[in-house]
Design a protein around this ligand. Structure first.
Ligand code: APR
Ligand code: PHB
Length: 390
């Protein structure tokens, strides 16, 4: 088999990159370890920055997003039992975020790729990357137990944090930066109307909470929990009672409870691997960086890398220039680190850190008070939350 760009991974990064390249006449093959159903079964956040929405539109996959996506012009901070709205649109000259589940983004991209007749090999096992330090990279894999070879010009490693691409980089060629947080997020999904039309981020002395949603009839809630907490210790009732305790009175009164469709605990970490290019191998998305979900940047950073990488490859094939691919890592990482900072800052501001003592909690409350009483401080949060320019 031969193609121009081999993409490893059919998550948001791989699918969005594939769609943008295909529309520019660049042939791609995506190799995905799991089945399509498995990929679609993942529960993931979906707060889309304006730039991400525009990129999905450029990929020709925004029809359902325009109809079913929920535009949000504001976001709420709750602390000391009081809720404060940050007017994102007013503070960013009209920018908003759109709430639209990542699963739906993935589904739209998968369907568009299939409709375009572009090739995705699902359940591709044992992917092995070779020769990306030379002019003719090759990807080896098994399909149905039969060994296959994919020759290409470039490899885009979009295979997530646990993928093979980053592991394929020669020892010593990669530098990593990491912070693991001393708590997790216990998430619950339920077919109940959201407690509030917009998101509510809560700093409570017993821990962080978040009220989000997937649609007007499906809600997503999170509670900060111990890093070693077990989801089986949390009945639905215990979850709802603790969430209600951490919310402001109005949201607590508006909370509609119901049976959990899904309940799980996710760890929180910040992680960056540098650089993002090794000869003809490029890294994009979670394979290269992870953010704590507090800033809702995970999917948006995958889209950010894809914005730069797709532009670079289109320039290479269209104009024969290597300027874009030579600059990809530096350009993408500049925006990655700004989102890493914002995600770390939101996490530090809103979670309970016992090791920081009572002084640490008062500093958090002082910063939150400053945020909701200073236009300059609120504008800084707003411009990061809606997404910095590419
Ligand atoms: N071979 C082929 N495919 C692989 C391999 C492998 N060795 N390892 C992983 N994959 C696939 C995974 O099955 C997954 O479908 O690569 C895909 C990576 O997708 P994501 O992990 O979703 O990463 P990315 O596309 O960068 O999207 C980042 O997804 O996980 C969320 O919070 C994250 O919102 C962020 C977004
Ligand atoms: C979600 O809806 O799952 C969600 C929203 C915002 C976040 C994190 C998760 O910051």
């Amino acid at each position: 088999m031969r193609t121009q760009v081999a993409i490893i991974g059919a998550g948001p990064a791989g699918l969005l990159l594939g769609q943008l390249l295909q529309r520019a006449g660049i042939e791609t093959v995506i190799l995905e370890r799991r089945s399509a159903d498995y990929v679609l079964g993942r529960i993931r956040a979906g707060v889309l920055e304006q730039g991400t929405v525009e990129l999905i539109a450029r990929a020709g996959c925004d029809a359902r997003l325009r109809v079913e996506g929920l535009p949000h012009a504001g976001v709420n901070l709750c602390f000391g039992g009081r809720r404060h709205r940050i007017d994102l649109a007013a503070l960013t000259a009209g920018k908003e975020v759109v709430v639209y589940g990542q699963t739906e983004v993935t589904r739209d991209l998968m369907e568009a790729r299939a409709a375009a007749g572009a090739r995705t090999v699902y359940e591709a096992a044992g992917v092995h990357l070779e020769g990306f330090d030379r002019a003719r990279p090759v990807v080896h894999f098994l399909k149905g137990g039969i060994a296959q070879t994919l020759e290409c010009d470039f490899i885009a490693g979009c295979d997530g944090f646990y993928g093979v691409s980053r592991q394929s980089v020669p020892e010593g060629a990669l530098e990593t930066f990491e912070r693991v947080y001393p708590f997790g997020w216990l998430g619950l999904l339920a077919d109940v109307p959201p407690a509030n039309e917009e998101l509510i981020y809560v700093n409570h002395e017993d821990g962080f909470a978040l009220c989000s949603m997937r649609s007007p009839t499906r809600s997503r809630y999170y509670l900060q929990c111990a890093a070693d907490e077990k989801v089986e210790n949390w009945s639905d009732q215990r979850f709802w009672d603790e969430l209600r305790r951490r919310l402001d009175p109005e949201a607590a009164a508006a909370l509609v409870t119901g049976p959990a469709l899904e309940k799980s605990i996710a760890p929180l970490r910040s992680f960056v691997a540098e650089p993002l290019r090794f000869g003809r191998l490029f890294l994009a998305g979670d394979v290269a960086h992870i953010v704590p979900p507090t800033g809702a940047k995970g999917l948006n950073l995958a889209a950010s890398d894809v914005h730069y990488l797709s532009e670079a490859l289109i320039e290479y094939y269209g104009e024969g220039s290597s300027a874009g691919i030579d600059a990809y890592s530096t350009r993408a990482l500049a925006r990655v680190w700004k989102a890493e900072r914002f995600s770390w800052w939101m996490t530090s501001l809103l979670h309970h850190f016992p090791e920081n003592g009572r002084f640490g909690h008062r500093i958090q409350l002082a910063e939150l008070e400053y945020l909701v009483s200073s236009r300059a401080a609120a504008a800084s949060l707003a411009e990061n939350y809606v997404g910095l320019p590419f």
